[in-house]
Write a protein that binds this ligand. Structure first.
Ligand code: C2O
Ligand code: CU
Ligand code: CU
Length: 581
């Protein structure tokens, strides 16, 4: 019996092998998805629950998308423009949308305090003062950031300015200027995302096993580490050198040639890769994570438990690149200088803020992952506790001392900073420009790590809304590794009006298009305006609205509404009724 069956088994197994290998070569690569683009000064972002065919076979994956099925559009904005965002939350949950790296008023920042309830439109706006570089936007709802980023919510922001535009750099989006959003994800057996710190599958722009054709010229990649936790030690399979041209917040003074670059969660770099005369060849962008230390995210080789994953302490492929034909008007040379950064001078600092990072040593945290959260200033984050009042226009040194054994990418809102030293050593050229994330290494033996950076807190003071600083490992952030500061302005005392002076009328009433305000007292200013429906639900949230331009109510349904205005000086709430025709 065995003898007769044996050949059939062999036949069965060999055809299975053929099947497997042929389906594998077919399924080996997927074409890299390039996010859509939006540009101008007015942006509509619709955050929603949706689904996408991410795994090539079987179920679609339940995702979060902004305008599309996964991730969001790349926003092109120009330094000097005032940009208006119309952020509609069509999720079933509350969320926030944070403009990572942007210098803007705290009330527009989209941190954990600017909660957008389901069904509500949030309309922040700001003048773009950031340098040309690659930034991003993502949810920042406290304790939900990891979940909401895992679903795929986020997007890139590309800032243009006159300095960058004058350089001969690749600038054809999706052709020779290619966005790469790096993440890794875990899928369950029905192809659904599992919110864990480390995934088993590398993804670029939401594409598993991606490949992309690039032209045989100088190509620019804008690389964001959007992972929940993992750092990626980037390099090419032929060990070629590539040139780093930006750090988080702008151009470097000159391109920096490297063969490896370790990019931590939240960080961005733009690189140039010279592919001149290489048509017909291919190469891989890889993560050389086998060389990472045990206390850098992705350098641990956990076999069991919540941190176990298939990519830990391994080298793995990120993106397969095929070099094709040259395009019209290609960039074939790399400029030798880029800009002239006026970095901040330590002698100008008026204060040194001492920040600590440590293990929580048993402080109970709301997590499935155990009691060993990491904490800042020996406390878990609380939404109602302010750590620092930073006087407007202060230049400050932030000195972060870490007794944690693990390394943490530390991020601060509001400002771009210059790293002064990491454990006493000045930063390498690729880190010597503008940054908004700095990697704070784990302690060495019993010696804590010390990172110092310098920043200037200009333009935006707000005694009510704080800015955040936190570890950009979303898991650590959600567990409470975060703090907040206010930028305060004592010199221009805000005039607090008497309560009796608080009154306004809205007109025309009924309205169908634009609503205007008339104040009882001319000195009255709006800090916040909310439009609330008859059920008490906030429909539109307008931080610091430009009331002289009127409020656009054309999109809301006919009915009776309340306009709730928070007065600037006193923060008193005043409401008026209006009828939408
Ligand atoms: Cu990208 Cu507060 O974060
Ligand atoms: Cu941020
Ligand atoms: Cu951390």
């Amino acid at each position: 019996m065995h003898k007769t069956k044996h050949p059939i088994f062999l036949l069965f197994f060999s055809s299975l092998l053929i099947l497997l290998s042929s389906s594998q070569s077919k399924a080996q690569y997927n074409t890299l998805w390039i996010p859509d683009t939006l540009s101008g000064t007015n942006f509509n972002l619709n955050i929603k629950d949706t689904f996408a065919q991410i795994v090539s076979k079987g179920n679609q994956t339940i995702t979060g998308g902004i305008n599309g099925k996964f991730w969001g559009p790349t926003l092109f904005i120009k330094k000097g423009d005032v940009v208006h965002m119309n952020v509609k939350n069509n999720l079933n949950d509350s969320t926030t949308l944070h403009w990572h790296g942007m210098h803007l008023p705290a009330v527009m920042d989209g941190g954990p305090h600017q909660i957008i309830p389901p069904g509500t439109l949030w309309q922040p706006y700001w003048k773009v003062t950031n340098n040309a570089a690659t930034y991003w936007y993502h949810p920042h709802l406290h304790e939900m950031t990891m979940d909401q980023i895992t679903k795929g919510l986020g997007g890139l922001i590309i800032v243009r300015d006159s300095i960058e535009s004058a350089l001969a750099l690749p600038r054809k989006y999706g052709v020779d200027d290619i966005p790469l959003v790096l993440t890794d994800r875990d899928f369950n057996t029905s192809n659904q995302f599992v919110a864990v710190p480390y995934g088993d599958s590398m993804m670029v722009n939401g594409t598993l096993r991606p490949e992309f054709s690039i032209p045989a010229q100088v190509v620019r990649f804008r690389i964001l580490n959007a992972a929940i936790e993992r750092s990626y030690n980037l390099g090419f399979s032929d060990n070629r050198a590539f040139l780093i041209i930006t750090s988080d917040g702008g151009l470097l003074n000159a391109p920096v040639s490297v063969t490896r670059y370790l990019l931590h969660a939240g960080e961005r770099i733009e690189i140039l890769v010279n592919c001149v005369s290489q048509s017909g060849t291919s190469l891989d962008l890889k993560a050389y994570n086998s060389t990472l230390g045990n206390f850098v995210a992705g350098g641990e080789a956990f076999v069991n438990g919540p941190f176990a994953n298939a990519l830990g302490k391994k080298d793995f492929n990120i993106l397969h690149l095929k070099i094709g034909a040259i395009t019209g008007s290609p960039i074939t040379n790399i400029p030798s200088t880029l800009t002239n950064n006026k970095t901040l001078n330590a002698a100008d600092a008026v204060v040194t803020r001492k920040v600590t990072i440590s293990d929580s040593a048993g402080v109970k945290v709301p997590t499935i992952l155990g009691p060993n959260a990491f904490i800042i200033n020996h406390k878990l984050f609380k939404l109602d506790r302010n750590e620092y009042n930073v006087p407007l226009n202060n230049t400050e040194i932030w000195e972060i001392t870490s007794t944690s054994v693990f390394g943490h990418p530390f991020h601060i809102h509001d400002v771009e900073f210059n790293i002064l030293t990491v454990n006493g050593v000045a930063p390498a050229a690729a880190q010597a420009g503008w940054k908004d994330v700095v990697f704070v290494p784990g302690k060495t033996g019993t010696t804590p790590s010390v990172v110092k950076f310098i920043a200037k807190f200009d333009d935006y003071a707000d005694a009510s809304h704080p800015f955040m600083f936190h570890c950009h490992i979303s898991l650590h952030e959600d567990e409470g590794m975060m703090g907040q500061f206010l930028v305060t302005n004592s010199s221009t005392g805000v005039k607090a009006l008497q309560k009796s002076e608080h009154a306004f009328i809205v007109y025309p009433n009924p309205a169908n298009n634009k609503l205007y305000f008339q104040f009882n007292n001319q000195e009255m200013k709006a800090y916040y305006v909310r439009i609330i429906n008859e059920l008490g639900k906030t429909i539109i949230m307008l931080p610091s609205p430009e009331l002289e331009k009127g409020i656009d109510v054309s999109s809301i349904a006919a009915g009776i509404y309340l306009i709730q205005l928070t007065e600037f000086g006193t923060k008193i709430l005043i409401t008026q009724k209006f009828i939408k025709e």
